[in-house]
Design a protein around this ligand. Structure first.
Ligand SMILES: [Fe+2]
Length: 385
């Protein structure tokens, strides 16, 4: 606790049913001429993007250009298309509407709107040179935390990996978490994104960079997710559960933004890039396996995670408590119908050495509580097959 630490959060978060409408007066602070609405074809088809477009035009009196070319696990060509549209139409602000893919794409578009070269030139920590146009993130999932974080994760198709740009200037200036936009989320996406948030909270809590501030956010997120994700999965229209999950993913985002993540994310980024799998699903399958690997190194903290999810664990020792906590996580995931093996996702054993090797390059591996080598990660992946 004595070591130097930094903590930051974004300037403004809006929560609760109807929060998207409350956003409009806040946009005046940026005096935008023309907003790029960065979203995907699914939200266009569902009418959610056109409702936002109308709100921007009629309530905020802002000109809007819609870019609906965001793909799941956004790629560099997707970013380039968005940048071309942003420049062609003389935009001066970006509003992303969607889940992590829309927000990450918007962050990279904002970056490349004012920087030279390609997006790959900015992979790593604090490589940005100029201020970005204002970013506002409106969430439709709960969630990746991308609405509140300084990370943009972009898929490198040729290298079959995901690369992360980390810079505080990528943080959206406003995040909107309106549960009314989340009621239509299908049950599997609810679970994948919800477990992504759980993984952010758990990895941040066990991280080498955890502080009392990130702990407070992480543990509260774990509690909320344990209580409300099963409800949101069982009945998507449960507004109390959707609203609670929106808060939970935000708290988990703040926690991971400050304390980092761990080996689950390091490997999930590779699996997602290699096989184009949903990020949250990769996390969900890997989480218990990585906890097994980490348990001895962070037993007491892991026990606290289990207690936050389930209450007292009746363990006779801290190590037993840590094992109980892993059982709690496995049990929680089983009830959400999450697959417990990578093999069920068509992941191939022969790819594991390359994936483990790539995961060592991912910045999230550095904050894992146990120092991992490529062969450690390969063993975890093989155990999880
Ligand atoms: Fe994540």
């Amino acid at each position: 606790m004595e070591r130097y630490a930094e903590f930051f959060a974004q300037p403004l978060g809006l929560f609760g049913a109807g929060a998207r409408r409350k956003l409009m007066p806040h946009l005046r602070a940026f005096s935008p001429r023309r907003v790029l609405l960065c979203t995907d074809a699914g939200l266009m088809a569902a009418g959610i993007a056109s409702e936002m477009e109308q709100l921007l035009r009629e309530t905020a009196a802002v000109d809007v250009v819609v870019f609906d070319g965001v793909v799941a696990n956004p790629t560099e060509p997707c970013v380039r298309q968005g940048v071309a549209m942003y420049k062609e139409h003389g935009c001066d602000m970006i509003l992303s509407l969607g889940g992590g893919s829309a927000h990450d794409a918007a962050k990279a578009i904002a970056l490349m709107a004012v920087h030279e070269g390609t997006v790959w030139d900015y992979v790593g920590l604090n490589k940005l040179r100029h201020p970005l146009p204002p970013l506002v993130a409106v969430n439709t999932t709960a969630g990746t935390g991308s609405d509140v974080t300084r990370f943009a994760v972009i898929t490198h198709v040729e290298k079959r990996t995901k690369l992360t740009i980390v810079d505080r200037r990528l943080t959206p200036l406003i995040a909107v978490n309106d549960p009314e936009l989340m009621v239509g989320l299908p049950p599997t996406v609810t679970v994948h994104t919800g477990i992504d948030a759980l993984t952010h909270a758990v990895e941040a809590y066990l991280s080498r960079m955890a502080t009392p501030l990130s702990d407070a956010c992480a543990l509260k997120a774990v509690k909320l997710i344990a209580e409300y994700l099963p409800r949101a999965y069982a009945r998507g229209t449960d507004m109390t559960a959707r609203a609670a999950m929106a808060y939970a993913q935000y708290l988990a985002g703040i926690a991971t933004n400050n304390a980092g993540a761990g080996a689950v994310h390091a490997m999930a980024h590779q699996l997602g890039g290699f096989y184009n799998l949903p990020h949250g699903l990769c996390n969900a399958v890997l989480l218990p396996w990585v906890l097994e690997y980490n348990a001895a190194e962070c037993a007491e903290r892991l026990m606290r995670v289990g207690e936050a999810m389930r209450g007292p664990l009746a363990a006779r020792s801290v190590l037993e408590g840590a094992q109980r906590a892993i059982e709690v996580v496995r049990d929680f995931e089983r009830h959400l119908d999450v697959p417990n093996r990578l093999g069920l996702l068509d992941v191939k054993a022969e790819d594991m050495p390359a994936i483990a090797q790539q995961a060592m390059e991912d910045p999230t591996v550095l904050t894992n509580p146990r120092r991992a080598t490529a062969s450690d990660l390969e063993q975890i992946l093989k155990a999880a097959l």
